[in-house]
Ligand binder design. Structure first.
Ligand code: SAH
Ligand code: SF4
Length: 393
């Protein structure tokens, strides 16, 4: 019998490219991570800082997505980048434009999940409202997102990606050869979409660092507002590590009512929350905290509530943003009557606080605050699941 010829397989000579999903995405890397990734792929340490700067500009100043267009990098270097890295953003599933100009983007992210971002144009400014999680682990009883079953944290790329996609749509990137654009369509970013940003702290922080970076999107920290339901231990960190403006979903003036509306209150009650808020303006070197207050008929909208609210926040530089409740199918509350909202606003105003009533925007496309919930996740959490989470919470 002749010996069987050995089977050889020369895998090394077969050029392989990892599937796109497995290749490192340059979007969402911090500057340090980007530099380290370039060094890991053979960029000499001495050049790495410069390459990092060049790439950063292509990605976040010019909005370029194609390595071939990065003309100040050598051809071979561009080829290396294309072989080792991807530039990946969430995918737009649908874009809806409201009669009032509000734009809602439904975006698909890895795993087939969907999140929403909303652009709200106003006189002299434009605000982009972005999401930090798919759904939300919290279960505020008036919030549509809180009824969504599926939850995961968004990655840094998915958070920054929302800003980049809106910039694409509004054609806001700088164009090589033209003077730097000063007119900003997206002049403000608010973390008021789906999810609790302080339960995804690290990714939100890194994403906002990218958005604030002066050699890229370059949005000032004073033009970013993070809204939280009151994750007390992360509030001082927000001042320290992000330094943006803060909005608090306050919504009630007694613990009994706030426990019902914003169940995280059972963990950190009004007193604990106000204690950390008193330090925020000093720590973040920012002006006022926005207190968001959703107006629910017969629940939290009495004159007594308004007076209690003023008393509670005494001494905190604040603005109170009254939000007429935005209804959603099956919601257990109703919006307060207009006269009631105005009476409430009056009491606060007379006590010396700005008390703007937020005009609901994009209602015809369900883009208003608290109405976001991805189309694939319309199922309601069971009462049992909500009870279990509230207990854990
Ligand atoms: N999770 C964060 C940020 C997202 S919610 C937070 O709770 O702060 C953004 C704002 O919309 C919050 O103030 C929230 O309380 C409010 N909101 C939620 N549902 C609403 C609804 N149906 N109508 C009006 N405002 C709502
Ligand atoms: Fe989550 Fe904010 Fe909605 Fe509460 S209001 S369920 S914290 S998204």
């Amino acid at each position: 019998m002749t010996a069987t010829a050995p089977i050889t397989q020369d895998v090394m000579t077969i050029p392989r490219k990892a599937p796109e999903g497995l290749m490192p995405n340059l979007i969402g890397m911090t500057r340090e991570q980007l530099r380290a990734a370039l060094v890991a792929q053979g960029t000499p340490e001495k050049q790495a800082k410069m390459r990092e700067g060049q790439l950063w500009q292509w990605l976040y100043h010019w909005g370029v997505r194609d390595f071939a267009a990065m003309t100040n990098l050598a051809k071979e270097y561009r080829a290396m980048l294309a072989e080792k890295f991807v530039i990946r953003l969430p995918e737009i599933v649908t874009k809806q434009v409201s009669a009032d100009g509000t734009r809602k983007y439904l975006l698909r992210i890895d795993g087939g999940h969907e999140v929403e971002a909303v652009y709200i144009p106003e006189e002299g400014r434009g605000t982009l409202c972005i999401s930090s999680q798919v759904g939300c682990t919290l279960t505020c009883s008036f919030c549509h997102t809180g009824t969504q079953k599926l939850v995961r944290n968004l990655t840094v790329a998915e958070i920054v990606g929302q800003v980049m996609i809106a910039r694409d749509d509004l054609q806001e990137w700088n164009i090589p050869g033209e003077t730097k654009r000063e007119d900003r369509l997206i002049s403000n970013v608010v973390l008021m979409g789906m999810g609790e940003p302080l339960y995804n702290f690290d990714n939100v922080r890194d994403a906002m660092q990218i958005v604030m970076d002066n050699e890229g999107i370059s949005l000032s920290r004073r033009r970013i507002t993070l809204s939280t339901s009151g994750v007390v231990p992360e509030i001082a960190r927000t001042a320290d590590e992000i330094g943006c403006l803060l909005a608090i979903s306050f919504h009630a003036t007694t613990d009994a009512v706030r426990d019902q509306l914003v169940p995280i209150n059972k963990k950190w009650n009004i007193e604990a929350l106000l204690a950390v808020l008193r330090d925020y303006p000093r720590l973040s070197n920012s002006e006022r905290i926005t207190f968001e207050y959703v107006m629910l008929k017969g629940v939290n909208d009495s004159d007594d509530d308004a007076r209690r609210l003023v008393k509670l926040i005494k001494g905190i530089p604040a603005k109170i943003n009254l939000i007429p409740f935005n209804e959603w199918p099956g919601a257990p509350y109703q919006r307060s009557d207009w006269a009631r909202i105005e009476a409430f606003s009056d009491i606060i105003f007379k006590a010396g606080y700005a008390s703007p009533i937020r005009t609901p925007r994009g209602e015809d496309i369900m883009a208003a605050c608290g109405q976001l919930k991805s189309a694939t996740e319309r199922g309601r959490k069971s009462a049992k699941a909500i009870a279990a989470e509230t207990e854990r919470g």
